[in-house]
Design a protein around this ligand. Structure first.
Ligand code: GLY
Length: 329
């Protein structure tokens, strides 16, 4: 798909009317004009809102401002929002679309690898609260996801690498062949469109089986339970991808120590993460990680579901009492 044809794609899901493009100030100079031009050429009225880049923007105050903006445009129930950006924009604009007028159309246009393979698909939208990340949100499926891999060409290396943690996760949970191909960064860069398609089709299969995240979809959280704890403890100075890489390496170690997976698979996972430059040491004491784990919103009655490794390409959800989780750490 091509950003310059977004107007044509949107026509397939919306018959005229207005589109409010929500983006952020690092993405706007690169892609906003192209997006607006194509939408207008296809006959849509447009409005735009440019937010400050960064996770700190994904807050309640900004969310209310966006609702006011939608009311001022004004958007009606037959209009839509275009989320042009990475995970922060997709989550915030998606949550705005989920709740404005009790739900209007959202079109996701991911501009980071992480958004392309994860946050733009599957319908999770959210804002952060002072008590934690993504604590208020809704399931709201996009009417359309415009995947233009050329938008990733401008990504700084560390932002691209952040998305690679999620790509590696898909290989670990469901696709040994994909995992095996990821050891060659030049190949990955050259075939990024194919890699994204494979990740999205894996995500699609989990989301179709469990849209509202009551069971099987937890599998997509491999490495995320420890990852979220590390992210939280670092006050978000450690990026999501880097934290998930630490979490995946640790879960591979735990799984091998319990003989749930082979030591060879553990070593292959750690080696691949290192090829992509991830630092795998857990930078906090295990007591602090455990306390942060206990605050995870996915906690269930007295326990926590950990996604553990059977082998590369197959994982398992283990509901465990908290004492057992503490002992595993
Ligand atoms: N990012 C995990 C999920 O969408 O369920």
């Amino acid at each position: 798909m091509e950003l310059d044809k977004i107007g044509e794609y949107v026509k397939e899901v919306q018959d005229g009317g207005t589109l409010a493009v929500i983006t952020e100030d690092r993405v706007a100079p690169l892609y906003l004009d192209r997006c607006l031009r194509s939408l207008r050429a296809a006959g849509f009225r447009t409005a735009e809102m440019v937010l400050p880049a960064g996770e700190a923007t994904k807050n309640g105050g900004q969310y209310l401002d966006l609702l006011e903006f939608c009311a001022e445009v004004p958007l009606t129930r037959t209009d839509g929002i275009v989320a042009l950006g990475g995970g922060m924009v997709g989550d915030l604009a998606g949550f705005t679309a989920a709740t404005f007028l009790r739900g209007i159309r959202v079109i996701q246009v991911p501009t980071t690898l992480l958004a392309a393979v994860d946050s733009s698909v599957g319908g999770k939208t959210a804002i952060d609260l002072p008590a934690g990340k993504n604590l208020a949100g809704a399931f709201h499926q996009p009417a359309l996801v415009v995947q233009d891999p050329s938008l990733l060409d401008s990504l700084p290396e560390d932002i691209f690498r952040d998305g690679m943690a999620e790509v590696i996760k898909y290989g670990i949970i469901a696709d040994l062949d994909l995992f095996s191909e990821l050891g060659d960064p030049a190949w990955v860069r050259a075939h990024i469109g194919t890699v994204i398609d494979r990740c999205v089709s894996i995500k699609k299969s989990f989301v179709e089986a469990d849209e509202f995240d009551r069971g099987l979809r937890h599998m997509l959280n491999f490495g995320h339970t420890i990852g979220h704890a590390v992210e939280q403890l670092s006050r978000f100075t450690i990026s999501h991808g880097s934290a998930v890489a630490i979490g995946m390496a640790r879960m591979a170690e735990i799984s091998a120590a319990q003989s749930w997976c082979s030591e060879e698979d553990r070593d292959r996972i750690r080696a691949l993460l290192r090829v992509w430059g991830f630092d795998l040491a857990v930078p906090y004491p295990k007591e602090a990680v455990f306390r942060a784990l206990c605050a995870d919103k996915k906690r269930e009655n007295g326990g926590l579901s950990l996604v553990t490794l059977d082998r590369i390409g197959a994982c398992r959800i283990r509901p465990l009492p908290l004492e057992e989780v503490e002992a595993l750490l």
